[in-house]
Ligand binder design. Sequence first.
Ligand code: GDP
Length: 296
Amino acid sequence: MFDNLSEKLGGILDRLTGRGALSEADVDAAMREIRRALLEADVALEVVRSFTERVREQAIGATVVKSVKPGQMVVKIVNDELIATLGSEGQSIDLNAVPPVPIMMVGLQGSGKTTTTAKLARRLTERDKRKVLMASLDVYRPAAMEQLAVLGRDLSIDTLPIVAGQQPPDIARRAMEAGKLGGYDVVLLDTAGRTTLDEEMMTEAAEIKAAANPHEVLLVADSLTGQDAVNLARAFDQRVGLTGIVLTRIDGDGRGGAALSMRAVTGKPIKLMGTGEKTDALEDFHPDRIASRILG
Ligand code: GDP
């Protein structure tokens, strides 16, 4: 089988072993395969362009030594650049503020916001020993509010009591008030998503942000998102100012290109990854794992 990038680049470049430095022509042949691999991994086109340009610059003129095959050498350049672009590990949630620390979750409907809110609440409670209050601001789907309440009951983590008819910014203010009065360390605000990017969702997110002044604004995004990932991340970052990204459904069979796309356009760290439906399926971000998935 010659279907992974490493083998393809080997096929193109390994005949050059011992011939000095990689020329532009050698590298350009390899770049076509790299571009194809990234597109197949669902990396957005504009990100593929800038990424391959950086790899190209590093690869041209690289000395071909006898001990390392040229194909492997370029794969290493691609891998290192992927990891560098994806960012470093250990970018944890920043709780360094006066409690209750507000954390706002944004994203499209179905991206995993509510589940991630519960996962994060569980981690902060069990691992970090914080007292957490969760609040659903999804006034459009009463089932979403109920879903968070059920998760809270299962985890023995408090949720803000539901008051019918209240608008999201008012719920955010009430959550912060309850957070102060109840001596909570962290207040997690689970906002409503829409099925597509729309102006209403962005306006509402901006209003909630103004009301709660969140210390972290986390974009919860499905790692299976393809070309749309850049628009999604860019729109949320421009309108509400993200502090980090949580990638969900890493357990799926997606190739992880969305991670590279979102990180590249926003420059914001990917802080966590969701690896399953259960509330303990939340892990720190590991760029090397995503890089090897993208490489196939
Ligand atoms: P929301 O509309 O953004 O609040 O999305 P939900 O939290 O309701 O999640 C939508 C669906 O995705 C639910 O069935 C979740 O169980 C599922 N889900 C969320 N995160 C993950 C994950 O990391 N892996 C898997 N396999 N499923 C997830």
